[in-house]
Structure formats: structure tokens, C-alpha cells
Write a protein that binds this ligand. Structure first.
Ligand SMILES: *Cc1c(COP(=O)(O)O)cnc(C)c1O
Length: 399
């Protein structure tokens, strides 16, 4: 148990005096959660429609997840990759199946999204089919993580600038089919992209984009690597967003919603890409330990048992209707898919609106100045959707 603090300082002061200044000051001190709700230290209730940024797939304190983690922690939590464990094997097999990677597919476990993309970056470097391939393509405005390789993939020069030089060879292209056709050739090792750019403001790709990317990548021996860290694990109303498009990538990166709150990331490969990494070329001390893989197994098993893939699709439609029904002149429309939605605003007031929402007891966020992102738990039901409508309507009325 942690020792209660004896200081009289307020939590914001303690935060400022102890935490590295990498984040904006936190919005509240949360102490407890249950289902789609969380509470702060003053007892204020929040409807959580951000879910820790698409992480808490089963909401807060889901009884099955609590039971699994408690049981696994008291049985076997960590063993290192010198040893195998049942939860790890179960999860690898489950991901092979759900991603449609089949017997040729392989899974590599790590601890976060950025690490999954580091693995993808190294996978790209190993693709030397037909000679050296110095170029890696990603999209302008994309987000792939904060470590150096993932930061190099990220299409936001302002985030990179203080940390230059970046690992070499990465080119950012516009999200148009023309730019794609102009960029892909035999000198490219991999094309890394998000099926929906989440951090950029829940921006979908043009119609037919992924299918054209698949054709061109196949034609030129380029690995098509999808960053489904935000879109994966049922979030968009399919297990993985690429399944809406009927394409098969060469690799997918996962994290966020996979562990239901426990830190886990994964790289899943398909076909020949599964044979690129050789023994000793990559690794992680914590990656795939029994505790986090047991948790992820339960997350995926509950999603299957309770048909939360279909729930995500259905609730997403319901949310769009509720938002349209609010009839707010501020709202321009809703982008995204399933339970990853971006409410587009006519004015650049998304940050003010997110603050008003919080004051109305609703957690959402503003990935950019004119978009509110919604990523509620996949378990969301009628009651929470109706409550969202009331609280969001209240917040809109204040602007
Ligand atoms: C969140 C996110 C990442 C980074 O994940 P971390 O776990 O924060 O390292 C990478 N790519 C996408 C698309 C993300 O949404």
C-alpha cells in the first residue's frame, strides 16, 4: 500500500513540484472508476467518453478483468522471455486468428504503442527484397509515438524539431491517392499509416485509399504496415479497421485498447513479413509477460463473448444520431467510425468545449482546435449514450 501523503500542499502543487513538465497540468485527480464513469477526489462524477484515450475497452474496473489480473498476479506475473507462459501463447494465437493472419502470422509483444512502431520500423529496415530500400513512407500529420523511431515516422515536424536529427529515410506524403502513386517505388521498404488519423483529429483516408496502397505495395515489394494502435481491437466496429476495406496488410501495430488499461503493445505480421526478424534482432524485458497477456486475453474474450465489435458499430451510429439531434449550429458533422468519432466544429473552440464538457461531468478531448474526440468504452449502452447527449448538450449551450 502507498503511504498517504502527510503534506498539506494541494495536488496541483504536488504535481508541479514532482512531475516532469512534459504534460499540460492535469484536469482533475481521479480516484475511482466503474464502467463508463470515473470520480475525482472531491466526489465529482464524470461520464468517461475518452476511456484513457481509447485504452479502457471494457470501461473501468470490469469484473472479469479485475478477476483475471488478481488471479494472474497471485499465480505468475513475470518470467522474462527466457520462458514461455500460457497467457502469452493464448494471446498470440488469439491475435493470429482475429487479425486473419492465420498459421503464417506471427506476434511480437512489447509494452506500448510507440514500441510497437519501433518494432515496425526495424521490420521495415529488414525488408531488402530486390536490393536496398532506403525510403520509408508515412503520412503528413500522422502520429506514431514519441520514441525516436516512432517520432521519425510521425508526420508533425514541430514535434520532431527539438530532437533532430531523426533516424533517416522517412518521407511524409499527403493523404491522397495521387501522392501515394507518385511516391511508391522499388526504393521504398515500407509504408506506415493509420487507417484513421486519430491524433490529427479522427481523419479518415479517402475512399479506396487502402486498397490502392495494398496494390502498389504488393507491386513494388513494399511492406504495408498499419498503425492500428488507436483503431484496432474492435474500436471502429470491426476487430481491426483494415477489415472494413477487405485488404490484408503485411503488419499491424497494436496497443491502447488491447490491455484494457494494462500496458501492452504488439506487432502482428502476415505472410512473408513473419520471417524477417531473426533471433536476437529485437526484444523486450517486460514484453508479453503473463500478467499483461492474461489481461489482454480477457479483454479480447469479453469483446467476443459480449459481441462488443457489433456494439461499437451500433453505438457509433446511435452517437451520430444523438449528436445530430442536438441541432447545435457549432457542429459541422461527425467523422470516424464505430466508437472512434471526431465531432467537427465550425469554430476553433474545441478546447473550450472540452473544458465545458468536463464542467458538465463529461470527459472528452480536443485533438485539434476544431475537433472533439469521442472514444468511449466498448461496453457503452443506452443509458450512457442518453447521458452523453444531456451533458454534451449542456456543454454546447455554454459556448
Ligand atoms: C497512441 C498512439 C501511438 C503511441 O502509443 P503510446 O502507447 O502512447 O506509445 C502510436 N500510434 C497511434 C496511432 C496512436 O494513437
Amino acid at each position: 500500500m502507498s503511504t498517504p501523503s502527510t503534506t498539506t500542499a494541494t495536488w496541483p502543487d504536488r504535481y508541479a513540484a514532482s512531475m516532469m513538465g512534459t504534460f499540460a497540468p492535469p484536469l482533475a485527480l481521479l480516484v475511482r472508476g466503474e464502467g463508463c464513469y470515473a470520480w475525482d477526489d472531491e466526489g465529482t462524477e464524470y461520464l468517461d467518453f475518452l476511456a484513457g484515450i481509447a485504452v479502457n475497452s471494457l470501461g473501468h474496473a470490469h469484473p472479469d478483468l479485475v478477476a483475471t489480473v488478481t488471479e494472474q498476479m497471485s499465480t505468475l506475473a513475470h518470467v522474462s522471455n527466457y520462458f514461455a507462459s500460457e497467457p502469452q501463447l493464448d494471446l498470440a494465437e488469439r491475435l493470429q486468428r482475429l487479425a486473419g493472419a492465420g498459421a503464417e502470422g506471427r506476434v511480437y509483444f512489447c509494452n506500448s504503442g510507440t514500441e510497437a512502431n519501433e518494432a515496425a520500423f526495424k521490420l521495415a529496415r529488414l525488408n531488402v527484397v530486390g536490393g536496398t530500400r532506403p525510403r520509408i513512407l508515412t503520412l503528413v500529420d500522422s502520429f506514431h509515438g514519441r520514441t525516436m523511431g516512432a517520432l521519425a515516422l510521425t508526420g508533425k515536424p514541430a514535434m520532431q524539431a527539438p530532437f533532430d536529427p531523426m533516424p533517416g529515410g522517412v518521407e511524409h506524403i499527403d493523404s491522397t491517392i495521387e501522392a501515394l502513386e507518385a511516391a511508391v517505388d522499388d526504393t521504398v521498404s515500407a509504408f506506415v499509416l493509420e487507417p484513421i488519423k486519430g491524433e490529427a483529429g479522427v481523419l479518415p483516408l479517402p475512399d479506396g485509399y487502402l486498397r490502392r496502397a495494398r496494390e502498389l505495395c504488393t507491386q513494388h515489394g513494399v511492406l504495408l504496415i498499419l498503425d492500428e494502435i488507436q483503431t484496432g481491437v474492435a474500436r471502429t466496429g470491426e476487430w481491426f479497421a483494415f477489415q472494413h476495406e477487405g485488404v490484408q496488410p503485411d503488419a499491424v501495430t497494436l496497443a491502447k485498447g488491447l490491455g484494457g488499461g494494462l500496458p501492452i503493445g504488439a506487432l502482428v505480421t502476415f505472410g512473408a513479413a513473419s520471417a524477417l526478424f531473426q533471433r536476437g534482432q529485437h526484444g523486450s524485458t517486460f514484453g508479453g509477460n503473463p500478467l499483461v497477456t492474461a489481461a489482454a486475453n480477457t479483454v479480447l474474450a469479453v469483446i467476443e463473448r459480449d459481441d462488443l465489435v457489433a456494439n461499437a458499430a451500433r453505438r457509433g451510429e446511435q452517437l451520430r444520431e444523438i449528436i445530430a439531434g442536438l441541432g447545435s449550429p457549432l457542429i459541422d458533422g461527425v467523422r470516424g467510425r464505430g466508437l472512434l468519432l471526431g465531432v467537427a466544429l465550425h469554430e476553433p473552440v474545441a478546447r473550450e468545449l472540452a473544458a465545458s464538457a468536463l464542467a458538465a461531468g463529461l470527459i472528452v478531448n480536443a485533438p485539434n482546435d476544431s475537433t472533439i474526440r469521442l472514444a468511449p468504452p466498448l461496453i457503452v449502452g443506452d443509458a450512457e449514450i442518453a447521458e452523453f447527449g444531456r451533458r454534451f448538450g449542456q456543454a454546447l449551450a455554454t459556448l
